[in-house]
Unconditional design. Structure first.
Ligand SMILES: Nc1ncnc2c1ncn2[C@@H]1O[C@H](COP(=O)(O)OP(=O)(O)OP(=O)(O)O)[C@@H](O)[C@H]1O
Length: 751
């Protein structure tokens, strides 16, 4: 019953309620063939009144607007009746034709109207009020509309996304189809963001050569772009060549190195790629990656050298602050606080319990005494909230701070930039290990000149999802003032979670606690028994013995699918913690059943989701990747549901459910930047080997505040402890900061 039911619907466009010229999204009012008024939504580039549409889609219930037809694809026919033609002409597609003129043209030429406009536009002057100049202008605009229609038909015929019609038209005008036929790979430009394989499919359908330069170039750019997702900012020439040959060749089509090399040179000439000898490599970069890395190296060096002088005695200010503190700061902490007062850039790093947060509080007090307007930021909403709770000051996500939004093609753009910088004297950024070089570039570009930056993070945590290894690289460069906190404070030493995190980080097996400790290891091997034990712990043992409510407990796993991955864990935990019940409504989406009361997570940034603050009249937009909430209510009639994120109630229509996942168990990657009172870490046998790394184990352990239970096999844990593969990414930030052209960059296998 929950499966979408597709139907075909025909109607004439009566009104264009809304249309977005960039992506073609429109809301239309149609008169159906049966004479009913219907509202349809979908991608309808360049749609005009009076057009006759045959749509395939399904009926949905919008919470505010009621029943609507959501069209997934459609065919269109120009209107044939006089009234339809008049409506079409005056629908705004052709500027300068209003309803009266539209009606006169349609009455005069009837069915031949479109033919006249295309082939004999001078005949339009037969109508009173149309001069020859105006006739030419009308014809020009009509030709433009026809070209858009034709382009859209071409794209849909070849299974390509019609959302890009307007973007393509904007760039190529009426030669868009011709350009595509000549070079389908132009679609791989990030501006359109069409997958290489779709463009390749079009080339095959058009019978183009598989050995063309265009195909070679697109294959190279695709390989570099794909590898950004594996964290590499560049690829060494030899590895790139091999990977592109593998991508482009098959039994009939054989590429050789020379052909790829020629492509790389061509792309470098056009400024799309940069080839550079760096870090002991013949490195090939996408231009923006190269520029981000070079920009960061330049700016970080510059900021590191900046020293602030004061016309009063800063030392006595610092001493006053140190003497006044609750407990004596360690020498390193004092050094960090003093460095932040004097330097343009400071890195504060260290493992759990080494006093980073306490130091940040000290830095904030000094900045306050220096009357510096300071902004706090972190990469995720949860990390920002934690920073805010710990310092008592507002902290924002970097995206919020920079006022991020989307540009056509899904690119992120920031309102805060070089020309519209942040208004502040200092920024303190926490959880820097999660930040990739693009986001870091955006942040530094938005800093006003002379502002200070304090970067706080633990370089042994997982590297960012995006490209580069920013924090590790800048620390390793030894060119940026860095204070590494190593002392584990006594308070923290009482915690076996903290002590074991440090042990694991140094390559030792963790030692479980005695009876009243906080670190436990329950030995289970196969996935089924791990999952069963996890379910028991969450539903009975931890609530009964420790008083944790299920909402304080987070289950973690390195993987999603295999072994005790989050998919199987979530199914089992949902069954135990939130079983089917008459009082709880459900909604199936793919293979997930969402049930009222479920814990759910938003899995991508969405700046448009609308939320309301509970009990107040505040509303806002935006739910972000990693935000965890509770599914409060499902409205089957309205086809929507409400998720509570703390005191914000967000509305999701059913077609947005791909953005939600069950979150009883989440991957360690998704948990980065968050902490939980109790963590149950599922580490069965049979997890994918590439995920069994020391920093995944370390990152998982350090998510727990009061209690950690590993449920898994000794073999899996010891494999993770031994596998210290962090930092295996191609990146030259360290070499750039050190001014080195040659360095011993590691050999890394491309995935
Ligand atoms: N100079 C100090 N003397 C005594 N105790 C300290 C000192 N600095 C910090 N502590 C204590 O050590 C513990 C850990 O400090 P803090 O929370 O600042 O570390 P952290 O590095 O931010 O840890 P985590 O990453 O685990 O949050 C706290 O209990 C804190 O009160």
């Amino acid at each position: 019953m929950d499966e979408k039911e597709y139907v075909e619907l025909r109607g004439t466009v009566e009104q264009i309620v809304f249309s977005n010229e960039e992506n073609g999204y429109a809301v239309l009012r149609l008169l159906s063939q049966e004479g009913a008024e219907i509202t349809a939504t979908g991608t309808f580039p360049g749609i005009g009144l009076g057009e006759e549409l045959t749509m395939v889609g399904c009926w949905v219930m919008h919470p505010s607007y009621g029943e609507q037809f959501s069209a997934e694809r459609f065919e269109r026919r120009l209107p044939t009746t006089v009234r339809g033609i008049a409506d079409y002409l005056s629908s705004g597609l052709i500027r300068g034709i209003g309803p009266r003129l539209g009606a006169r043209i349609a009455e005069k030429f009837g069915e031949d109207t479109f033919d006249v406009m295309l082939n004999e536009p001078e005949r339009l002057t037969e109508i009173k009020g149309i001069t020859s100049r105006r006739a030419k202008e009308i014809a020009r605009q009509y030709v433009e509309q026809s070209a858009m229609r034709e382009l859209m038909d071409f794209l849909s015929e070849h299974g390509l996304p019609i959302e890009i019609t307007a973007l393509l038209y904007k760039r190529f005008h009426d030669s868009a189809i011709e350009s595509l036929k000549e070079n389908p790979y132009l679609l791989c430009d990030p501006y359109y963001d069409v997958d290489f394989r779709l463009a390749d499919g079009l080339a095959i359908e058009l019978g183009l050569s598989m050995l063309s330069d265009d195909r070679t170039d697109a294959g190279i750019v695709y390989t570099l772009t794909f590898n950004l997702g594996n964290g590499h900012t560049f690829i060494p020439l030899d590895k790139l060549t091999t990977a592109v040959i593998r991508l482009l060749s098959d039994e009939d089509v054989v590429f050789d190195e020379d052909r790829i090399l020629a492509g790389i040179l061509r792309l470098a000439d056009k400024g799309i790629l940069v080839r550079e000898e760096i870090a002991g490599r013949d490195a090939v970069y996408l231009r923006d990656m190269h520029d981000a890395e070079a920009y960061l190296a330049h700016m970080l060096s510059d900021m590191s050298e900046r020293n602030y002088e004061y016309d009063f005695d800063v030392d006595s200010l610092l001493h006053g602050l140190f003497d006044d503190s609750e407990f004596p700061y360690s020498e390193k902490q004092k050094q960090a606080i003093a460095a932040a007062a004097r330097n343009g850039l400071v890195i504060l790093t260290g493992g759990p319990g080494t006093g980073k947060t306490t130091t940040v509080s000290g830095i904030l007090r000094v900045f306050e005494a220096l009357s510096l307007n300071t902004l706090l930021a972190a990469p995720t909403g949860r990390a920002a909230k934690r920073l805010s709770d710990l310092t008592g000051m507002e902290a924002k996500t970097i995206h919020r701070l920079l006022e991020a939004g989307f540009a056509p093609g899904g690119r992120t753009v920031y309102a805060r930039t070089v020309t519209n910088p942040l208004e502040c004297d200092a920024v303190i950024l926490d959880e820097v290990s999660m930040v990739d070089i693009r986001l870091m570039q955006a942040l530094i570009e938005a800093l006003p000149h002379g502002a200070r930056l304090v970067l706080v993070g633990d370089a042994d945590q997982l590297p960012p999802v995006g490209p580069g290894n920013f924090l590790r690289d800048i620390i390793a460069s030894q060119r940026v003032p860095t204070i590494q906190l190593t002392e584990i404070f006594r308070q923290a030493q009482k915690s076996d979670i903290v002590m074991n995190a440090h042990a694991v980080n140094e390559g030792h097996m963790p030692t479980p606690s005695g009876a009243d400790g906080d670190f436990f290891f329950m030995k289970r091997g196969d996935a089924a028994s791990v999952i069963e034990t996890v379910a028991q712990l969450c539903s009975q043992r931890l609530p009964a013995h420790y008083g944790f409510s299920p909402s304080q407990i987070q289950v973690l796993s390195p993987a999603r699918r295999q072994g005790s991955g989050t998919a199987a864990l979530n199914r089992r935990l949902q069954e135990t913690l939130n079983p089917p019940s008459e009082n709880r409504r459900e909604k199936r989406f793919g293979d997930i059943i969402f049930r009222e009361g479920d814990r759910v997570m938003q899995v991508r940034n969405n700046y448009d989701i609308v939320w309301e603050r509970e009990g107040g009249d505040e509303t806002g937009t935006g739910v972000f990747n990693g935000d965890v909430g509770e599914l409060e209510r499902i409205y089957p009639q309205q086809e929507c549901l409400i998720v509570r994120f703390d005191d914000r109630l967000a509305t999701y229509t059913f077609d947005m459910l791909s953005e939600l996942e069950l979150a009883y168990a989440v991957t360690v990657h998704k948990s980065q930047g968050s902490e939980f009172d109790a963590v149950v870490f599922a580490l069965s046998d049979g997890l994918p080997r590439r995920l069994l790394t020391r920093n995944i184990l370390y990152t998982g352990i350090t998510r727990a505040k009061q209690l950690l239970v590993i449920v898994g096999s000794t073999e899996t844990v010891s494999h993770m402890v031994a596998n210290n593969q962090k930092g295996r990414r191609y990146s030259a930030l360290k070499a750039r900061l050190r001014g080195e052209r040659a360095a011993d960059a590691p050999e890394i296998a491309l995935l």
